[in-house]
Design a binder for this molecule. Structure first.
Ligand SMILES: [Zn+2]
Length: 79
């Protein structure tokens, strides 16, 4: 069975769905038996899903676009 270090090391690949089915089973098997790793997994999962949601909703916030545009206007094009 995989130990905690191995499971944590594979957690990001697991969340990115980059593991083979056998590796996924190993990670899932360890998470099922190890509450601390499960907690860690849940935390990372929540962070990733939060970021994913934000990215899907808006490519860039309007304030940021306006600020970048202003910066471009201010930048001297003809020194
Ligand atoms: Zn563990």
């Amino acid at each position: 069975m995989a130990n905690c270090d191995e499971t944590i090391a594979k957690l990001y690949e697991y969340l990115d769905r980059e593991l083979s089915p056998a590796e996924r089973r190993e990670v899932e098997g360890h998470l099922a038996l190890c509450p601390p790793c499960r907690e860690h997994f849940r935390f990372e999962y929540n962070v990733l899903s939060l970021i994913g949601k934000r990215c899907r909703e808006t490519a860039a916030p309007p304030e940021l676009v306006a600020r970048v545009r202003k910066m471009c206007e201010r930048a001297p094009s003809d020194p």
